[in-house]
Design a protein around this ligand. Structure first.
Ligand SMILES: [Zn+2]
Length: 491
């Protein structure tokens, strides 16, 4: 009798253990990247397709949320645009996510609307277990587009010219007051501070851009690690683990110097485990749509990690091991070009960065020579090995050519003859063109001196023959006449 009773008892005990251990393993395993990719493909918000948008675009996307979301207006910006919060979930752990406190940093905002679509998704799409874990364990509160006035002009600061991220303590901006009040009212366990960084950040010791950078900000000058900050570090390790599978070597970590005026540092200090995510650049993705996808994937992965407490398996040491950010990237780096200065001739490197201006849906590029000399520690998105080539000035064609007669062919002929710029009539002003030369109207003649802080406008020659023209920072290969699909303005 003893043995016949013993077997089923042991069996039942074993089956409970196997069942619950399996259950636990399923619930605590990170979501695999293919699942996150397919969730993004299915739930991407189709009305956002570029990174310059204002409140008008997101207002209907907030209004259309279903009953799973509770939407509130937290207040208004200086110019009277509403700032909303959207809440989701019934769990114990509270997470606050805010995006675009800098108006021209919209990548995460796009991803948040993708995430809202996902969270509202139908239970039959195969993702319900993820959604359920989040809904049952977390209470999420999102503030997308904290700085709608800045977003309207695609500028960093608010309408008072205040950098909201230096207004956590002084509280001079309505946007800063709204964010602080949202944190104080909600008292979140976790905070996600969502930004974009410029494309010149690379991962230290590498030519790869920092496509995503992280920071668990310090809460004091001594940069101590308490339990609050430690949790933020561990969540970051989880996101980094995912990103290394998608964009290997392209994740950086910010320096953790304490900034007493910043929101991240203060929210960490106020007891919320705070995570800074900065979206950088990915080659060939000027509208940051792939980086938007990466944001969606890491945010969903992190929320699931917090819901299941899966993140607790990571360590502070793994966070410390993430390489630092560096800022050693340039748009174009010309290496070892022979340069004549008086009787001297010497090889030099020339570093060029281009600013972007937006005209409707077009990005207009404007280059600048930012450095000169030994730039061997820098990297370029585009690099030219100009060893054996000589730096040469161009000429200006001053006889007016009407814009309609300035065809690609004509411009290329001028370029081959040594003219880097041509005059056109006043009526052409503000016209956008794709010509491989500079076009200017009366009084706006470009300076063809090749010098620091000037527009990069010169030739690279080999054995006296013009090989490459650098036109406002863009590379034109003269014999092929290609590579000038960029936009510029008549100046
Ligand atoms: Zn920012």
């Amino acid at each position: 009798m003893k043995s016949s009773l013993g077997i089923p008892v042991i069996f039942i005990f074993f089956s409970i253990c196997i069942y619950s251990c399996q259950e636990k393993e399923i619930r605590t395993a990170p979501i695999n990247p293919e699942i996150l990719e397919s969730a993004f493909a299915q739930y991407k918000e189709p009305s956002i397709d570029n990174r310059r948008f204002g409140y008008q675009l997101i207002a209907p996307l907030i209004a259309k949320r279903n009953a799973l979301f509770e939407t509130r207006v937290l207040g208004k910006s200086i110019e009277g645009r509403p700032i909303h919060s959207l809440s989701f979930g019934e769990g114990e752990r509270k997470v606050l996510l805010w995006s675009q406190m800098h108006g021209n940093e919209s990548t995460a905002t796009m991803a948040l609307f993708d995430l809202f679509n996902f969270l509202e998704g139908s239970g039959e799409d195969g993702f319900e277990s993820i959604r359920q874990a989040i809904r049952e364990n977390l209470r999420l509160r999102f503030i997308p587009m904290l700085n709608p006035d800045g977003a309207e002009k695609f500028k960093r600061r608010n309408a008072q010219q205040i950098d909201i991220n230096r207004d956590a303590v002084r509280q001079s901006s309505p946007e800063g007051i709204i964010l602080k009040r949202a944190r104080d009212d909600f008292e979140p366990d976790f905070g996600f501070n969502l930004h974009d960084q410029n494309r010149y950040y690379n991962v230290e010791g590498s030519s790869l851009p920092a496509t995503i950078s992280f920071l668990a900000p310090a809460y004091n000058e001594a940069r101590e690690v308490n339990n609050v900050r430690s949790k933020a570090m561990k969540v970051i390790v989880g996101m980094n683990r995912l990103l290394q599978q998608l964009v290997p070597g392209q994740v950086g970590k910010y320096d953790d110097s304490f900034e007493p005026r910043a929101f991240g540092d203060n929210i960490q200090k106020w007891g919320t485990s705070t995570i800074l995510i900065e979206s950088g650049a990915y080659p060939g993705d000027p509208e940051k749509q792939y980086i938007r996808q990466l944001n969606f994937m890491i945010l969903l992965d992190a929320l699931y990690g917090i819901a299941t407490e899966n993140y607790l398996k990571y360590t502070e040491e793994q966070y410390i091991a993430i390489p630092e950010n560096d800022s050693k990237l340039m748009d174009l780096l010309i290496r070892n070009v022979e340069t004549v200065a008086g009787d001297n001739s010497y090889p030099t490197d020339i570093g060029i960065k281009s600013s972007e201006r937006y005209l409707d849906s077009l990005i207009v590029m404007n280059g600048n020579i930012v450095d000169w000399g030994d730039l061997s520690v820098y990297h370029g998105y585009q690099e030219i090995d100009a060893r054996g080539m000589v730096l040469e000035k161009g000429k200006i064609w001053t006889e007016i050519i009407p814009m309609e007669k300035l065809t690609q062919e004509r411009a290329l002929d001028l370029l081959r003859e040594g003219y880097l710029a041509a005059a056109t009539n006043k009526a052409s002003q503000k016209q956008i063109h794709q010509l491989p030369i500079v076009v200017f109207t009366e009084g706006n003649e470009p300076d063809l001196n090749i010098a620091l802080d000037k527009s990069p406008l010169f030739y690279l020659t080999k054995d006296g023959e013009k090989k490459i023209a650098i036109v406002n920072g863009q590379v034109v290969k003269i014999d092929r006449g290609e590579d000038f699909s960029f936009f510029r303005l008549v100046q």
